[in-house]
Design a protein around this ligand. Sequence first.
Ligand SMILES: NC(=O)c1ccc[n+]([C@@H]2O[C@H](COP(=O)([O-])OP(=O)(O)OC[C@H]3O[C@@H](n4cnc5c(N)ncnc54)[C@H](O)[C@@H]3O)[C@@H](O)[C@H]2O)c1
Length: 427
Amino acid sequence: MYSPNDTVQIALIGAGGMGQGDAKLATSIPGVKLIAACDCYDGRLKHMKEVYGTDTFTTRDYRQIVDRKDIDAVIVGTPDHWHVPISVACLGSGKHVYCEKPMMHAVEEGAAMIEAQEKSGKVLQIGSQYRSSLTYTKARELYEQNAIGQLNSVEAWLDRNTAIGAWEYSIPTDASEQTCDWKQFQGNAAKHPWDPKRFFRWRNYRDYGTGVAGDLFVHLLTGLHTVTNSKGPQRIYATGGLRYWIDGRDVPDVMLATLDYPESDEHPAFNVMLRVNFKSSLPQESFGVKFIGSEGIMTTGYDGVRIDKSPMDKTPQYSSGTFSEKIQQQLREARTDTPPDPMADIRQDSAQVFDTGHFEAQLEHHKNFYRSIREGAPLIEDATFGLRAAGPALLTNESLFQKKIVFWNPETMTRAEAMETKPTGGQ
Ligand SMILES: NC(=O)c1ccc[n+]([C@@H]2O[C@H](COP(=O)([O-])OP(=O)(O)OC[C@H]3O[C@@H](n4cnc5c(N)ncnc54)[C@H](O)[C@@H]3O)[C@@H](O)[C@H]2O)c1
């Protein structure tokens, strides 16, 4: 255990867009010092020295980071296929790990992360920063106050309308087999001849990335699980295709998934619809999770939570005009009054908006990691949470590519042959 004043020396493994962003936030926290960086492209290592000083140790080979005894914690910001091997190796050498989402490349790797963390006794934080966001914290509070009544379904979407948003990243002018370590990048993935597009736009290829499922559905499920405290779905179906970005990628740019969440101690059974569309949807509707309940609808966005009163008209209604007068009279006499609504002040006629705009969730997520290292504070996103969010997300890929319904046991976090847990209601 460290004292709150001890310096935590860190290394970044995978110094691309997210990794460098993570490192910048981590080192803005007092007492966190970056002393080493690892990447397969020399240009990014050069930039790390430009930012963190020429004495920063740099290497193309992550094992040189694993072997160092003066590194307390690492940030793993590599492509998805390296998350588990590198995190497990770092935990095994006694380092704390902040691993970017999705926690793993294949569902089967998830258990190894949980086991490695338990065996090492070190802190392993998974980097789905929305877990730390004020928006979902507020939404969870409202959900627990019964602000929307009984949850029945959730619609969540994360769309993009730009080339960068659709993963058409810049390729540096000096990209070559001399400046890029293609062998180290590929690792255990299927081998291909050197290809700068595969290297710098790896998200477009299933050998290294996990498509929109691992990149974006994971964020949506993280938010959903945070609000409902759910362990996950039991039946998963997805569809989609490549509709616009026909650039050689082998992943879809439009994907829709439906997931059935079974009844649990925390919530009733409900149904979920996820959507990613890279071209195109309305900008004002680019990101949101809509929780639909019996009494209201709660929508989370980038910077707030909105509660709308359910449009359901509860005044008794009768479609009885064709019945005899006697029956019509009997039905009128049988009408009951609607019971008083304890949340009436929150569910007013107009929408209630809770602004959570200027909160830096990613920084808070890193702060939580260092509080956990230094003070043993409870971790906000451990490997179990990471697997419960990423597992079902990755299974949407399996459903799409194999054209089948996939079953999952949210309790044991393993695949299921068919429904093993409580039914979701109408099948
Ligand atoms: N939490 C978020 O909101 C968020 C946002 C973006 C990306 N991410 C995640 O961060 C990860 C990185 O994404 P990115 O956009 O930064 O990608 P990137 O391509 O910009 O960076 C990845 C870097 O990893 C390096 N790399 C590859 N194999 C390596 C190895 N074996 N050892 C060391 N370095 C290696 C590459 O050379 C590259 O520079 C992904 O898993 C992604 O899902 C998370």
